[in-house]
Ligand binder design. Structure first.
Ligand SMILES: *Cc1c(COP(=O)(O)O)cnc(C)c1O
Length: 444
């Protein structure tokens, strides 16, 4: 057989025949531990002389099946699956950093990761600097210190859609002998494989698109063959072995085998969902930018987004589900829209088959001073959408009904205090189909 394409791999990669009963789907091994056959087997297993199972925090067949599939889809050598995306970011980086070390991270990040670095890592004596201009090699280089141990960024930043120039940042990292860790949650391996562009470690919140149905949490660390070249401080162990046995197994963020099963089921339809998410999100983004109540739309597939060139290069299959837009009417308008929608669910989550909506300034970003929030692109009128895979016409009708409740003054034409409109000639036109459109791409 020729090398299988993505849609085939997402269903078959890493499959092993179930040794017990030949079950076609990897069984859910809901067990804390595994019985040893005899005295010698227990001794050998603890000595690492055979690869059987002993205790689910160290390993479990349902978890291992998911690890094989994810490693393959991301083109890594190995994957370590953990209990949440936060745990994945923590494990990946704590296997590289210790007290006295320094991390350089892209300035636009998921708030949970940012707070992990500034509050928790600070308590461990780990310093973090944020790159304000992640598209510039010089901006990354400027922040490197003798104690720097890694670079970190998101392939598509949550929620404002800056697309990381993975190849450029990997090149700078490697020139300084450092590994690049990329959070690939928003893109998933269907839209982008950071390892193919030079990343050494990929992390995921599997709670989002991989699981895909909003039913469970999970996380993954995928390790490329190059990681050992740049990872320091792991003693005589390789990076993956150190991350698995010293960091993950001891800190203990173990994934439930039940959740491994749910995530594995989700991955089997990943390509179908990501294509539909991307197609729907583009339709919604184009609808939003034509509305007079909207002052800006942050979606990398739109030609005037600052990351459009990167999106064309890195995201030919589509720019994913998550976008942010800002209403001229500020917080009152945001409240009206959030309270006016019925198909969109008002909640903090992304990557669900259901469409979701959130007001970041009063929720995820509430702890940030207003000036910092504004600099991060989060205004009082900004809403984050995770566009689901429902029928796009129903999503537009839902937004239309909510927008109808906005006062007429809450539009950019009528509001003198409104921030500047999109920097495109009015009237706004629908962008010509480009490679960033994900509507009619082949399955591969
Ligand atoms: C949600 C998210 C995380 C954290 O994942 P959890 O599974 O919620 O712990 C990390 N990174 C990104 C980009 C996310 O969207």
């Amino acid at each position: 057989m020729s090398t299988p394409r993505f849609a085939t791999e997402q269903i078959h990669a890493g499959d092993l025949v179930d040794a017990g009963h030949g079950a076609r789907i990897p069984p859910v091994h809901l067990t804390a531990g595994f019985r040893f056959q005899d005295f010698e087997e227990a001794r050998a297993r603890f000595a690492g002389e055979d690869d059987g199972y002993s205790y689910t925090r160290i390993g479990n067949p349902s978890i291992a099946a998911l690890e094989r599939r994810l490693a393959h889809l991301e083109r890594g050598d190995e994957a370590i699956v953990v209990g949440s995306g936060q745990a994945a970011v923590s494990v990946a980086l704590l296997a590289l950093l210790q007290a006295g070390d320094h991390l350089v991270a892209a300035g636009h990040l998921y708030e949970g990761s940012r707070n992990l670095f500034t509050e928790n890592f600070a308590r461990f004596g780990i310093d973090v600097d944020f790159v304000d201009e992640p598209t510039s090699a010089e901006a990354w280089t400027r922040l490197v210190r003798p104690t720097t141990r890694a670079f970190f960024g998101e392939s598509i930043a949550n929620p404002t859609n800056q697309v990381l120039d993975v190849a450029l940042v990997a090149e700078v990292a490697h020139a300084h002998g450092l590994p690049l860790v990329v959070d690939n949650t928003l893109a998933t391996p269907y839209l982008l494989r950071p390892i193919e562009h030079g990343a050494d470690v990929v992390v995921h919140s599997a709670s989002k698109f991989l699981a895909g149905h909003g039913a469970c949490l999970g996380g993954a660390v995928v390790v490329a063959g190059t990681a050992d070249r740049y990872a320091t401080g792991t003693g005589d162990r390789g990076y993956a072995d150190f991350a698995r046995h010293v960091i993950a197994a001891r800190l203990g963020p173990t994934l439930s085998p039940m959740n491994a099963f749910l995530i594995q089921q989700g991955i089997e339809t990943l390509s179908l969902r990501m294509r539909q998410h991307s197609a729907n999100a583009l339709v919604v983004a184009q609808w939003l930018e034509r509305r007079p109540e909207v002052v800006s739309v942050d979606y990398a597939a739109l030609p005037w987004h600052s990351s459009y060139p990167s999106a064309r290069r890195y995201l030919p299959r589509g720019a994913g589900a998550v976008l942010a837009f800002t209403l001229a009417g500020g917080e009152p308008a945001a409240r009206t829209v959030v309270e006016g929608v019925t198909v969109f669910s008002h909640m903090t989550h992304i990557g669900d088959v259901r469409s979701l909506i959130l007001h970041p300034a009063s929720t995820t970003h509430a702890l940030r001073p207003q000036a910092e929030r504004e600099a991060a692109g989060i205004g009082a009128g900004t809403l984050r959408l995770s566009v689901g895979v429902e029928d796009a016409d129903d999503l537009l009708a839902d937004l239309e009904a909510a927008f109808q409740r906005l006062p007429a003054a809450a539009s950019r034409a009528a509001s003198p205090a409104a921030p500047p409109a999109l920097s495109v000639p009015a009237p706004l036109t629908v962008p010509a189909p480009g490679p960033a459109r994900a509507v009619a791409v082949p399955v591969a």
